[in-house]
Design a binder for this molecule. Structure first.
Ligand code: AN0
Ligand code: CP
Length: 320
């Protein structure tokens, strides 16, 4: 595996899940694989889980790790070609990428959607420049349209907790005060569509996700109907994806608090487990009671980020 940006990169999910369990039994099983190899983690945006779990994963494999918060301490970067750089940006991404690549063997990039141009975000303009100009294996740590390390950890968690062979998994939109990217719901849909689950997406009108990720999944606009019989509820806010109304791309169209996942919502389900990628705003996305209930899996889900990252880094190391 030379890049990790979507579900196709990981191949057969059953094989990947078996590898995840193998790593979970002994996370140091491949501790010599990364000897004298350096993993560079580049953050254009904030992170708690990805920052820590990916470093831990790299160390599980014996790698050295460099973490760079590129907006703090490095030169301010221009990302557009052709710009006369007479402003506050001192360095161009087109030099910075090959320079950084000199010092490492594998590169992780976190670069959120900027909501300036749907096309730039949905063509993954920043991540693809790293893939093109670094000459190194590149993996997404949440880019403009996907967060595959999260979706892989989510699938591992569902596999561990499912009570039937083919559980019903519901992705529900929930309210949030600020515009958030579609990366998490996009990747969750990308993975659930390939997994052995009955997958349903529910959101208010106008929040339709990109068809590239929704594919054949069922979309149910009535949240209560969607929740009926659910075994897992996956809550997430996202801003308008601009599929039906391109002019609304990145806007907050709805703040309807009746979408907040509370105990009444959970009573419509088949005693479902609750999932969220975190960070979560309590009593916007989910109530205190639901996130603190024994059926809340948010902490084991976050713990599985170390496992998904270890599997992915192992595959990337094997490509060197
Ligand atoms: C980010 C998002 O919604 O994409 C990161 C989630 C893992 N969340 C926030 O910015 C709050
Ligand atoms: N879930 C997740 O990616 O969290 P961070 O943004 O804290 O890394």
């Amino acid at each position: 595996m030379r890049t990790f940006t979507n579900v196709k990169d990981i191949g057969d999910l059953k094989v990947a899940l078996a590898e995840a369990q193998e790593i979970k039994q002994n996370r140091y099983k491949y501790e010599t694989l990364g000897h004298h190899k350096t993993c560079l983690l580049i953050f254009f945006n904030n992170s708690l889980r990805t920052r820590l779990s990916t470093q831990k994963a790299a160390r599980n494999l014996g790698m050295d790790v460099i973490v760079l918060d590129i907006n703090q301490g490095a030169w301010k970067l221009e990302t557009e070609r052709g710009v006369v750089m007479d402003g506050d940006k001192s360095e161009h991404l087109l030099e910075a990428i090959p320079v950084m690549a000199n010092y490492c063997d594998v590169i992780g990039v976190r670069s959120f959607a900027r909501f300036e141009s749907r096309e730039d975000d949905y063509t993954e303009k920043i991540l693809n420049q790293f893939i093109k100009y670094s000459g190194k294996p590149v993996f997404s740590m949440e880019a403009a349209t996907g967060h595959p390390l999260q979706a892989f950890a989510d699938l591992i968690t569902i596999e561990e907790y499912k009570r039937k062979d083919r559980p019903k998994v519901v992705l529900t939109w929930a309210p949030h005060p600020k515009a958030l990217p579609q990366a998490v719901p996009n990747s969750f849909a990308d993975w659930m569509n390939e997994a052995d689950v009955d997958f349903v997406i529910t959101h208010p009108h106008g929040y339709e996700l990109d068809p590239k990720f929704v594919r054949g999944a069922k979309v149910e606009y009535d949240q209560k109907k969607a929740f009926e019989g659910a075994d897992f509820i996956y809550a997430k806010n996202w801003a308008c994806p601009g599929v039906t109304t391109p002019e609304d791309y990145g806007k907050v169209l709805c703040k309807d608090m009746s979408w907040t996942v509370d105990t009444e919502h959970m009573s419509w389900t088949n005693n479902a487990y609750f999932l969220h990628c975190l960070p979560v705003r309590r009593n916007m996305i989910v109530t205190d009671d639901v996130i603190e209930a024994p059926t809340s899996l948010v902490i084991p889900e976050a713990a599985n980020r170390e496992i998904s990252a270890t599997v992915v880094l192992r595959r990337l190391l094997e490509s060197l």
